[in-house]
Design a binder for this molecule. Structure first.
Ligand code: 6MZ
Length: 346
């Protein structure tokens, strides 16, 4: 990190695209590995280090290894509290965590207890006075098909009503090369109709034009990645026009896309295209554990790759508040926080 790393660290930040099990730090991973020595898992199997790249397929193999390590309520609680505290220590003031509820027959973990445990972690951090406002998006893993997607939405709906505003939406994620979004539309439509917000991974890889069109019809409240939406990346002008017309924010994950090789280099990242259009873009980490990054580093990378001056970086983090799923009151509180924390020289 260079001299002004402190500026990015001190910058108050909003994180809107963070997969829980992809966000597990080295320290937490070591605790998990110690809990389950019989699995013979080494840390090199759960993260992609500096300068390393993997195919997206290989990234999804990494998640399978992590899921073996996180298979009890106790694990989920530890992972979620650690992740929340780490984001808070990185000066993230508002976080939307997302995770796919899993059931594990051998440990008694159920999808319901999985969600309850994440909510418990959010509450515990609040009680301890950790300075971060956290919400939860229940994730649909696209490879599990229509029925599971519908079941997930129904669960999310229940928790939206019972969690006191902590469950705010649905994430659609998972290996983009598996399955088709078409069969998930009824579940996503239901989620929308009942008031859950939608953040959908879209065009993370090429050749998803038809699917992206269908998903844009819903429409989503935010787009995850959107790497191949624009014509230069194999997308189409009409997809861009629709995202622009709806001002649907893009969640931008630089390191994830470069390490997962869906984007060739930082300077060629689609952030440039959308940022130049004046489209709402939110810098995010995706999987800070797997890709060995944090949100401060992602802002710093964006600044150096696209020549953003400190005032532009500040505006980028401040505008992220407009894109959160929590209500207007929370937005107002966050805007107030940004005003109070703004350095005099900006
Ligand atoms: C699509 C991704 C992803 O849900 O167990 N996930 N889905 N694209 C990506 N780009 C790299 N990174 C993570 O966290 C892990 C799960 O998040 C999704 C995958 O479904 C992965 O299994 P949770 O907390």
């Amino acid at each position: 990190m260079d001299d002004n790393a402190e500026f990015y660290k001190d910058l108050p930040k909003v994180e809107l695209h963070a997969h829980l099990n992809g966000s597990v730090s080295v320290q937490t991973m070591e605790k998990l590995i110690r809990r389950k020595p019989h699995l013979n898992i080494e840390h090199s199997m759960t993260a992609i280090g500096k300068g390393q790249r993997r195919t997206l397929d290989e990234c999804f193999e990494v998640f399978k290894v992590i899921h073996k390590l996180v298979d009890t309520e106790e694990d989920v609680l530890m992972v979620a509290t650690d992740v929340i505290k780490e984001f808070a220590a990185d000066n993230v003031k508002y976080l939307e965590l997302r995770s796919t509820p899993r059931e594990e027959n051998h440990t008694g973990l159920t999808k319901k207890s999985y969600i309850e445990t994440v909510i418990e972690a959010i509450r515990q951090c609040k009680t301890e006075g950790v300075d971060i406002d956290v919400r939860f998006l229940v994730a649909i893993d696209r490879r599990n098909g229509a029925e599971v997607a519908m079941e997930t939405v129904k669960l999310a709906e229940e928790f939206m009503l019972s969690s006191g505003g902590l469950v705010v939406g649905i994430d659609l994620s998972g290996d983009p090369t598996v399955g088709h979004g078409r069969c998930l539309l009824p579940a996503l439509q239901r989620a929308r109709n009942c008031g859950l917000k939608l953040s959908l991974h879209m065009s993370e890889v090429p050749s998803q034009l038809e699917e992206s069109e269908l998903l844009l019809n819903l429409p989503p409240d935010r787009i995850g990645h959107g790497t191949c939406l624009h014509p230069e990346m194999g997308g189409s002008q009409s997809l861009v026009d629709r995202a622009v017309k709806g001002r649907i924010p893009l969640e931008i994950c630089l390191t994830s896309n470069v390490k997962g090789q869906t984007v060739q280099s930082y300077s060629q990242h689609h952030f440039r295209y959308w940022y130049q259009l004046g489209h709402p873009c939110v810098i995010c980490t995706d999987d800070k554990g797997v890709f060995c990054t944090d949100l401060s580093q992602e802002y710093q990378l964006a600044a150096s790759a696209f020549g953003l001056r400190p005032d532009a970086v500040w505006t980028l983090s401040e505008r992220a508040v407009d894109c959160i799923f929590a209500g207007d009151e929370v937005k107002q509180q966050l805007r107030q926080k940004w005003t109070e924390l703004k350095p005099g020289l900006l």
